[in-house]
Design a protein around this ligand. Sequence first.
Ligand SMILES: Nc1ncnc2c1ncn2[C@@H]1O[C@H](COP(=O)(O)OP(=O)(O)O)[C@@H](O)[C@H]1O
Ligand SMILES: [Mg+2]
Length: 302
Amino acid sequence: MRTVSVVAQKGGTGKTTLCLAVACAAVRDGLAAVVVDLDPQATAASWGDRRDAELPVVVPAQPPRLARVLDAAAAQGVDLAVVDTAPRIEQGAIAAARAADLVLVPCRPAVYDLETVAATVDTIRAVAPDTSFLCVLNGVPPRGPRQPQARRLLADMGVPVCVASLGLRAAVDYAAAAGASAQEYEPRGKAAAEVAAVYDAARQAAGLSPGPAGDFHASGKAGLSTPRHDDRSISREGRLSTSPEGYSSTGRLPGLSATGKAELPASRRGGKSTRRKAGKSTGRPADVPARRRTRFDAGQVR
Ligand SMILES: Nc1ncnc2c1ncn2[C@@H]1O[C@H](COP(=O)(O)OP(=O)(O)O)[C@@H](O)[C@H]1O
Ligand SMILES: [Mg+2]
């Protein structure tokens, strides 16, 4: 398992957005991904509540329990854990940086954000000197000199910057409201292609091999061909469901947040149909095909 932590001193830079985008892209890549939400505001966890699909599972956790949650995820066969953190570099961000194979630092190409990157990077270097980090420009305006200016400034600061960046896209906001990623919400959109490129760069920087759909991403067509991805998801499903110790039960990961043992929250015990009957908002991603949804039916996999 690889761990990618998303850390930034400033709020609103896109930590949660980037975290969820990377985790969802990993799922699209056919990998088992989990999001660990260390932010007391629980933005990622609330997104998970709005989400219809079971993966990536979002586990709210407190910083002192991060190591245990990650150990349990690794033991369950998770390929990628993405850790979301609160603004300000405090206990959670420090624990997340120390636990990570790669720290991503989202930054808007705006002076207030850029000014805080130095503090973020200094802290990462101090608390996790051996951990790689990468700044990801987020919310880049479609036109204008902001991106090249920001890249130059960050280069002058000696900060490594991800070759791919995320534009300022309405689809990102709509997707968040729907409990989806931009790739799911608008698979052929610009945001989807940008997320795929950022995911690919982050995956490589974290030392994570491509998933079963990896060649799909490598072809540069990620997010553009749902049917092919869906075929790969089915083969992934077969592998997962036959592994005795692996990520075979969607009920196991939610239990991580409480005890590290397999205990499905009552709200999920009846599977999707029960959740819908209970009036739970699903916010179903627009392009998640039915075959992919059914593999997360708790009744089938437990
Ligand atoms: N690339 C983007 N395009 C459009 N809106 C974005 C983008 N990135 C983030 N946002 C929006 O900006 C707000 C703050 O983002 P968020 O990820 O919650 O930041 P953080 O977790 O760092 O506080 C959210 O409303 C989010 O939807
Ligand atoms: Mg956040």
